[in-house]
Write a protein that binds this ligand. Structure first.
Ligand code: GLN
Length: 304
């Protein structure tokens, strides 16, 4: 039997000694205020045991981690039709990279680069009655926690400075791959990225992808085939131009966000969420990567 609490405690103690803790994202001004000393790890096993260390109950901006939850909601609404509008190939490029190749003929390379996530936002805007409210309710239902909110200041901060996302959305619109207005779609997208969640809430939300599409409340949200697809996309595209490195170091499907969170999971076994706001050059949490590498090495629990 693995003593998960001792393992994550030891990893935490080791990682906080790292000299290079990365740099907190500042291109979204509201995120630049976050203290880089925050660091939390939370683990939820498929048997329902939970373990945490550090700041695992502090809410933070989940940013691109939301793209996985938005994708799962869109898949449950329109199924395979998504793939007429988005490809499933890793990009090897930064999350906000914008080029005609990345969005060839208006089709984004995958749902986790910004262009793809903006098309998913368009699908949700078209298919939800009250998009922002309904999406928030979905997250609250997955976690059984209605204290989760959008941070309006973060959403607004991103709106004011989101020139590249506007450019991306306009490019998609020019190819007729957005059905709603650029402003409405981006308003939704900025809000989903501005969701504030703790490590332990994220471990609950992602339980779906460990538990064959059923959430903690045992409700079926997506099919087994959809779980397989989402986990494959996390493995190949979850870390932008560092997806290869994450598979190499950690060996789990996962998703990062520029708020410094990373969620990773082993189907049928566990979800682990790490938060440390300092990012490496590729925009992924520096200590988060270190901690997860240590976790799968020490426990031998990776998909490889
Ligand atoms: N909201 C951020 C953006 O669109 C998300 C980026 C991220 O977390 N990688 O720029």
């Amino acid at each position: 039997m693995l003593d998960y609490q001792s393992i994550i405690n030891a990893i935490y103690q080791d990682a906080i000694k790292a000299k290079d803790k990365g740099i907190v994202a500042s291109y979204i001004p509201e995120l630049a205020h976050i203290n880089s000393d925050n660091f939390g790890i939370h683990l939820r096993t498929s048997k329902g045991e939970t373990f945490g260390v550090g700041d695992f109950e502090k809410p933070f901006s989940i940013q691109s981690i939301s793209k996985v939850l938005a994708l799962s909601k869109a898949m449950s609404l329109i199924g395979e039709d998504i793939w007429k509008r988005i490809d499933v190939e890793p990009s090897g490029n930064p999350f906000n990279y914008l080029s005609l190749i990345e969005v060839e003929n208006g089709i984004p390379r995958n749902p986790f680069i910004n262009a793809g996530a903006i098309v998913i936002a368009d699908i949700l805007v078209s298919n939800l009655q009250n998009p922002k409210e309904d999406f928030l309710k979905y997250i609250q239902a997955l976690t059984g926690d209605d204290s989760i909110i959008y941070n309006k200041d973060v959403a607004n901060s991103e709106k004011i400075t989101g020139f590249k996302n506007y450019a991306t959305a306009n490019l998609l619109k020019s190819f007729s791959n957005l059905n709603n207005s650029v402003d409405v779609v981006l308003d939704f997208y900025f809000h989903q990225c501005a969701l504030e969640m703790t490590c332990s809430q994220l471990s609950k939300a992602f339980y779906l992808f460990v538990n064959q599409g059923k959430c903690l409340q045992n409700k079926v949200h997506i099919t087994n085939q959809q779980v397989k697809r989402i986990n494959a996309l996390m493995l190949t595209c979850g870390f932008y131009d560092e997806a290869g490195e994450f598979a190499f170091e950690v060996g789990l499907p996962g998703k990062s966000g520029v708020g410094g969170g990373i969620v990773a999971l082993l189907p049928e076994k566990f979800v682990i969420t790490v938060w440390s706001p300092g990012l490496n050059k590729k925009g992924n949490s520096r200590l988060g990567m270190l901690a997860l590498e240590q976790f799968t090495t020490k426990t031998k629990l990776s998909i490889f």
